[in-house]
Design a protein around this ligand. Structure first.
Ligand code: 5GP
Length: 201
């Protein structure tokens, strides 16, 4: 039997999984834990017009590109999906590397915002859409403010975005609650059909 290009919801052989959820819910932390625990999972590196934060490395955390470079990617059809996030910077998934990873049979994880998840639903209907939810609203606000990397205006904008994003949960195939990073990461890996460490021989 050949490898399926993408598996549907609940399909243990799902090849493309999309992780989305509200602002500051911890998508980056959970996908980093998945990457650390399961190097066999291929995690997409997005392109963004946002400048790097201290400690962020070009090509590792993001491909940091100029607005002109981003325009070129969009114009030449190189973006599988892209969106303006929080009304400021553009973020997008490069199509080529994802296609190559799928062709190699690797389990693919994309971490995107809600608008990006909706575009992938259209472009890759077989993709598995996972909603990462906070345990509750207060925890989400605490995480958002606690990070302290954005100014007050930006925080207010992100809270507004988070409310809209929380309401999108029913559009997703499955919800994972980020109550504990390692637990959520293990659940995500399981949804991707990756056996947990204890199940490996
Ligand atoms: P940050 O600036 O904090 O790294 O990310 C801000 C937001 O951009 C997060 O919600 C993240 O999910 C989203 N994001 C990161 N990469 C992509 C991407 O490739 N496409 C889309 N649509 N959103 C992305």
């Amino acid at each position: 039997m050949s490898h399926p290009v993408a598996g549907g919801p609940g399909d243990r052989a799902a090849r493309v999984t999309v992780l989305a959820g509200p602002t500051a819910v911890g998508k980056g932390t959970v996908s980093a834990a998945v990457r650390r625990n399961h190097p066999e999972i291929w995690v997409s590196v997005s392109a963004t017009t946002r400048p790097p934060r201290p400690g962020e490395v070009d090509g590792v955390h993001y491909h940091f590109v100029s607005p002109e470079q981003f325009d070129d990617f969009v114009a030449s059809g190189d973006m599988l999906e892209w969106a303006v996030v929080h009304g400021v910077h553009r973020y997008g998934t490069l199509r080529g590397p994802v296609q190559r990873a799928v062709a190699e049979g690797l389990p693919v994880l994309l971490e995107v915002d809600l608008a990006g998840a909706r575009q992938i639903r259209q472009a890759l209907p077989e993709a598995q859409l996972v909603f990462l939810a906070p345990p509750d609203w207060d925890t989400l606000v605490e995480r958002l403010v606690g990070r302290g990397t954005e100014d007050a205006e930006e925080r207010a904008r992100r809270l507004e975005t988070a409310k809209v994003e929380l309401a999108a949960e029913p559009e997703f195939d499955v919800t994972v609650v980020n109550d504990e990073v390692e637990r959520a990461a293990a659940e995500l890996a399981r949804l991707m059909g990756i056996p947990s460490a204890g199940q490996r021989s």
